[in-house]
Design a binder for this molecule. Structure first.
Ligand code: DX5
Ligand code: ZN
Length: 246
């Protein structure tokens, strides 16, 4: 279900195609279940339960950039080895320039770092692309897009947080949607070439608003893993988003 050209490319062989090309983005909504809401004692099984997803969202938290602590590179490598779905690593960590390339080298399709934690976002993006991944930049709810307009041409994904990063199961912040709209205008007018990803509180009640604002990648933790049938939840969310996409 991945929608850009290197679908199926084995880990480590994507270096020549890591840069996102506008022709590769079809605006089909992509659903990225967050493993944060999975049963950590059964990760291999939990990955299989979302085999119909487009990306598997992997939330790395370091107990410094955010108060919570989750998992890091060794667990990512173990998940990557059994996942039928490309990984989308979201690094909520300090000093991402030190750690982010390792996730790209391990085969993550997309690696997103937080703008607030980056001394030199351009350098991180270049390292990620050179290591064969798409490069993502994440903005906390209170971080304006304008500050980062000049570095975004170096990135492939813009992740707009729709909750404060740190925990799953929080309430969606609709007040962040103008930032998604602003980014969508810049993409549609050809000024930027980006996947527009939203993360936090995405569920059956909120995904239509996010899609209407222009998001095309939707992270969903509790809405997918909290469902009796995660596959059905993914399909339902994708259909809701597709109905809103222009
Ligand atoms: C929050 C994480 C999210 C989280 C989303 O800091 O970045 O990816 O897992 O979980 P839900 O969908 O439950 O809000
Ligand atoms: Zn996340």
């Amino acid at each position: 279900m991945a929608r850009w050209r290197d679908t199926g490319t084995p880990a480590g062989e994507a270096a020549l195609t890591s840069r996102l090309d506008s022709a590769d983005v079809t605006r089909e909504p992509m659903i990225a279940p967050s493993l944060l809401s999975a049963d950590f004692a059964r990760l291999a099984d939990e990955v299989q339960r979302v085999a119909d997803a487009d990306w598997l969202h992997f939330d790395v938290m370091d107990a410094h950039f955010v108060p919570n602590l989750t998992f890091g590179l060794p667990v990512m490598q173990a998940v990557q080895a059994v996942s039928p779905v490309p990984l989308d690593c979201h690094l909520m960590i300090e000093n991402p320039q030190r750690w982010a390339p390792g996730y790209a080298e391990a085969g993550s399709r997309n690696v997103t770092v937080h703008a607030e934690a980056c001394a030199d976002p351009r350098a991180v993006a270049r390292d990620l692309r050179a290591a064969g991944a798409l490069a993502g930049l994440a903005l906390k709810p209170g971080t304006p897009l304008d500050t980062y307009l000049d570095v975004l041409p170096e990135f492939d994904t813009l992740l707009v947080m729709t909750v404060e990063p740190g925990f799953g199961g929080q309430e969606f912040m609709a007040e962040v949607l103008p930032k998604v709209r602003q980014a969508r205008k810049l993409v549609d007018s050809g000024h930027l070439t980006l996947f527009l990803e939203v993360d936090g509180g995405i569920n059956a009640d909120t995904i239509a608003q996010a899609a209407e604002a222009g998001a095309d990648v939707f992270v969903a933790g509790s809405a997918v893993y909290g469902a009796d049938d995660p596959g059905k939840a993914i399909a339902a969310l994708r259909a809701q988003a597709a109905a809103m996409a222009r």
